[in-house]
Design a protein around this ligand. Structure first.
Ligand SMILES: Nc1ncnc2c1ncn2[C@@H]1O[C@H](COP(=O)(O)OP(=O)(O)OP(=O)(O)O)[C@@H](O)[C@H]1O
Ligand SMILES: [Mg+2]
Length: 338
């Protein structure tokens, strides 16, 4: 019996749907349920084969717990080590290098710092900042937004240097980026599952956030060429970042899809927000992805510590009885980091 756990925040319909869907399609060999955890011992045994993580970005205890579970070979979607390390400015820069169109973006030193960080602690920082150089490069309108974040929090559209200072002065200890605003002709949000399956959803950001009115149903919204490019860019990005579940957002201007946000490893999938069609698509795609992983197995991601474990970290790939016999007869080879 294989176990799939889901770790959730306030959302309701996605957890219910994915649990039901995996339990139905898993045919009794796979059980999906809500994760229940408390104090975690350092020698905690494996509890789940797969965990779908929807909230550890907001709850450090969950992030630490998931990393501990990964040590037992649990497949965590998405990889808690990489998610901890990633940020939006890094991923904008990486995507630009691998051929995706990205609006001009500048990483800004924080406005404020935690207690005990004084001007002496900050001697590596240029002062004053070359604000003219920064805004000449990015241009107006621009978006001032956190280098890590979600839910449109602390995101503002900027039209002038005065407004930039006003918003930057309010950003406190958050690390912010300033990004060229794309005055888009079209806008899409794309789900990507397993770094290969893509759903392009026409999206209207002018409608209220999570209102259920943002996901619009327009047939043939993109030309076939644009559709193909967007799909390819989504796969390129998700493969490079290693996210098995993500959404990538594009503001499209003069036929160029600019990727403006693609660090969404726990994307909105609630029925009332994304609508029936998109909700069903993501539930089905995730169910198929997880059941396929359980059936065919997966390699441990390449963490340095995997090569130090003795005996070697078990591959979760199920072996045929014949293959198992054969490998039992062979002397044990050295653990690899593969
Ligand atoms: N460079 C840009 N050009 C045009 N619009 C932008 C740009 N950056 C952000 N926006 C607008 O602001 C909205 C929120 O920005 P962004 O997606 O970066 O924030 P977020 O907090 O990650 O949002 P979410 O949690 O919905 O993914 C976008 O959906 C888009 O409408
Ligand atoms: Mg976004």
């Amino acid at each position: 019996m294989k176990r799939v756990g889901i770790l959730v925040g306030r959302e309701v319909t996605f957890p219910e749907s994915i649990i039901n869907s995996i339990n139905e399609k898993g045919g009794g060999d796979v059980v999906a349920e809500m994760v229940t955890v408390g104090g975690i011992r350092l020698d905690e045994a494996k509890r789940y084969d797969v965990i779908i993580d929807r909230i550890s970005h907001e709850i450090p205890y969950y992030r630490a717990m998931l990393k501990r579970m990964a040590l037992e070979g649990t497949l965590v979607i998405n990889n808690p080590f990489w998610w901890s390390a990633d940020d939006k400015f890094f991923n904008f820069s990486l995507a630009a290098k691998i051929g995706v169109a990205i609006p001009k973006t500048v990483l800004l030193p924080q406005h404020s710092y935690i207690k005990d960080i004084t001007s002496e602690s900050l001697r590596n920082l240029e002062f004053p900042l070359d604000w003219d150089g920064i805004v000449n490069y990015v241009g107006f309108p621009a978006f001032l937004k956190p280098f890590d974040g979600g839910g449109w929090k602390n995101v503002s559209k900027i039209h002038s240097l005065e407004q930039l200072f006003e918003e930057y002065n309010k950003s406190g200890t958050l690390c912010m980026t300033l990004q060229e605003g794309i005055e888009y002709d079209q806008f899409v949000r794309c789900y990507c599952v397993g770094q290969e399956k893509v759903l392009i959803m026409p999206y209207d950001p002018s409608k209220p956030y999570l209102s259920g009115m943002q996901y619009v149903n327009v047939e043939d919204y993109l030309t076939p060429e644009l559709h193909q490019r967007v799909e390819q860019d989504v796969i390129t990005i998700c493969k490079a970042l290693g996210y098995d579940l993500n959404t990538v957002e594009f503001a499209i201007k003069d036929g160029i899809p600019y990727a403006i946000d693609f660090m969404n490893p726990a994307p909105d999938a609630e029925l009332a927000s994304v609508g029936e069609y998109n909700h069903r698509w993501i539930v089905d795609a995730m169910t198929d992805f997880i059941l396929n992983k359980i059936n065919t197995g997966w390699e441990q991601p390449n963490y340095h510590w995997t090569s130090l474990l003795n005996p070697a970290a078990p591959k979760t790939k199920p072996k045929s009885p014949r293959a198992a016999k054969k490998s039992a007869a062979k002397p044990k080879s050295k653990a690899t980091t593969k």
